[in-house]
Design a protein around this ligand. Structure first.
Ligand SMILES: *Cc1c(COP(=O)(O)O)cnc(C)c1O
Length: 232
């Protein structure tokens, strides 16, 4: 099941890239495994999937310990500063940095461990009260502040448009994300301005996100099926 779904998604990613005249090789598929058991991650890994996303530090810790495979882990959940130390140790990339306080905590932890940690800045592209993320107008300022912190590499931006059943509704938000990322790249605000990551697009709208410039799509349900337990 997972094998067929991954295959279908990779095909769709390729088609969307083609429609936009982009190289499919520049798009990373992140498998969102929150609330899915470690066995499912193992299965996806055996089908060639290597990048996974988790939303909860403790849950991820348990799974990462159980899985003995060369997986790249992204943290994509809401991050509290008291969990920042653990997150910096467990994950290869933290996608949800939206305030200086969190960035400072991650920086401290990375420095203590003598390593560097990749991060993305999360943008609240729809200015929604219930969502985290820095307001679009404050992205540049946060990037400038974070750039001064040792141990962190700001690779790009992450965003999530307001939910709408019709994925076309997300397009203007994706486009705005791309504009913000381009502007910040032109001002050289990322650690590598030739390889800026733009993380946007989920199960129901990743094709549109790719048409609008996503370089990383975060897909859960379309790979693993419905998540067990409570709905978010
Ligand atoms: C859960 C989640 C996803 C995946 O959502 P699906 O609709 O299951 O593909 C992507 N990004 C974030 C931040 C999430 O929390």
């Amino acid at each position: 099941m997972i094998r067929e779904r991954l295959h279908t998604i990779r095909t769709e990613i390729g088609r969307a890239a083609e429609r936009a005249g982009r190289d499919p090789g520049e798009i990373t598929l992140l498998a969102v495994s929150k609330r899915q058991p470690a066995e499912m991650i193992q299965e996806a890994y055996q089908c060639g999937q290597q990048v996974f996303g988790e939303n909860f530090v403790q849950e991820a810790k348990d799974k990462i310990k159980r899985l003995d495979c060369a997986v790249t882990w992204h943290f994509i959940g809401r991050l509290q500063s008291n969990k920042a130390r653990q997150a910096a140790r467990l994950f290869n990339l933290v996608e949800t940095v939206d305030r200086l306080k969190i960035a400072r905590a991650l920086s401290r932890s990375a420095c203590e461990d003598n390593r560097s940690l990749d991060i993305l800045v999360q943008v609240n592209i729809g200015m929604e009260k219930q969502k985290s993320g820095v307001a679009p107008g404050n992205v540049e300022q946060l990037l400038r502040e974070v750039a001064t912190l040792p141990g962190l590499k700001v690779r790009g931006l992450m965003g999530m448009p307001p939910y709408a059943p019709d994925p076309e509704k997300a397009r203007p938000f994706f486009r705005q994300m791309k504009e913000i990322a381009d502007r910040c790249r032109d001002r050289e605000l990322f650690s590598d301005n030739d390889a800026v990551i733009l993380s946007m697009g989920m199960s129901n709208d990743f094709g549109i996100a790719i048409e609008e410039g996503a370089t990383l799509v975060r897909i859960g349900t379309a790979i693993f099926g419905e998540r067990p337990g409570k709905t978010e």
